[in-house]
Write a protein that binds this ligand. Structure first.
Ligand code: PEP
Ligand code: MG
Length: 328
């Protein structure tokens, strides 16, 4: 495998008909970036900042967070690192911040919690912004956005943290750049608010794991309904197609950072829809690059048209697998 990865890492992620695809990594631990996969990708499309929070016994201080984020941004100064603000709740509890809810996935998750606790949010934002000083490769991403007001509130707090850090930096003769700010598209409600969201942010990133869960009303971790949890469901495919078409029209950059991007069949369908930036676990990167280099967009579009007519996810899977087999 290492041989194949190294071989692939030298080649561009380009389809047979010459379309360059941006490949990014999903990370939660800085060690993942030091792996060989880091060199092959175009940057980090999703840094799940809650992972280091979950591995501790208390909230990390601003300084501890600064050190983590700085190490990450410094590790690849020429590549963008998209840091998602704390996305706890749902299936990601913090041992030192207990929340008891009957429906955690419909509860106090992600941006909902951090907007209720601006002191937690501001410490994280300050740490990120300080870490980005003189590097300028940070992007900030907000999870679980449902309502435009949440974006306005988050941006207000980002501005507040920015002014504080910029002032401190100025005292030391340094200038702080305002990073790009984007939102996760993972709650179905945002599909109907894309123009309003686009006016407030610099980029979109689709969380297809949660988008699938919430569109289909299927708990992504419940084995009893695991059969029903499927990103090849026609409704999910149609939603993804609708989002990319709207984003292109709105001229808003969009990445897809759910598991689907790291599955060969999922990646082909996404390319056919028009997605040009995919973010995935590092260990899927070389496999997806291989698929991209085999595929032609023209053939993929014909495949997509066919599967969009299908009624059952298993029919889609079977058809997509046949396409993959034909690739070799
Ligand atoms: C997603 O929901 O697809 C996503 C990328 O975020 P997470 O898996 O961390 O919820
Ligand atoms: Mg998510």
């Amino acid at each position: 495998l290492y041989g194949a990865v190294r071989e692939e890492s030298d080649k561009p992620a380009e389809t047979r008909d010459g379309c360059r695809i941006g490949l990014y990594i999903n990370a939660g631990l800085s060690a993942e970036l030091e792996s060989i996969y880091g060199a092959a990708g175009d940057g980090v499309g999703l840094y799940r900042t809650e992972i280091p929070f979950m591995m501790r016994e208390r909230f990390p201080s601003e300084h501890e967070q600064y050190q983590m984020y700085r190490a990450m941004l410094e590790a690849s100064p020429n590549k963008n690192i998209t840091m998602r603000t704390l996305d706890v709740g749902g299936d990601k509890p913090l041992p030192y911040f207990p929340v008891v809810e009957e429906n955690p996935f419909l509860g106090w998750r992600g941006i909902r919690m951090t907007l209720d606790h601006p002191e937690i949010f501001l410490v994280q934002l300050r740490a990120m912004l300080r870490a980005s000083l003189d590097l300028d490769n940070l992007k900030i991403m907000l999870p679980m956005i449902t309502t435009i007001y949440e974006v306005s509130e988050a941006r207000r707090l980002i501005r507040q943290a920015y002014y504080e850090v910029a002032e401190e930096a100025q005292a030391e003769g340094q200038a702080l750049k305002m990073p790009e700010v984007g939102v996760m598209l993972e709650v179905p409600a945002v599909i109907y608010q894309l123009p309003q969201l686009a006016a407030k942010v610099d980029f979109f990133s689709i969380g297809s794991n949660d988008l699938t869960q919430y569109l289909l009303a299927v708990d992504r971790n419940n084995p009893r309904v695991a059969d029903l949890y499927d990103s090849y469901h026609p409704a999910v495919l149609k939603a993804l197609k609708q989002i990319i078409e709207a984003s292109v029209e709105l001229n808003k950059p969009v990445t897809l950072c759910g598991e689907m991007a790291g599955e060969p069949g999922g990646a082909i369908l996404l390319l056919a829809m028009g997605y040009r930036k995919l973010s995935m676990s590092g260990f899927n990167l070389s496999k997806i690059k291989w698929v991209i280099r085999k595929v032609s967009l023209e053939d993929a579009r014909i495949l997509l048209e066919e599967v969009l007519e299908m009624e059952h996810p298993s029919q889609v899977r079977e058809r997509v697998n046949r396409h993959l087999e034909a690739l070799g």
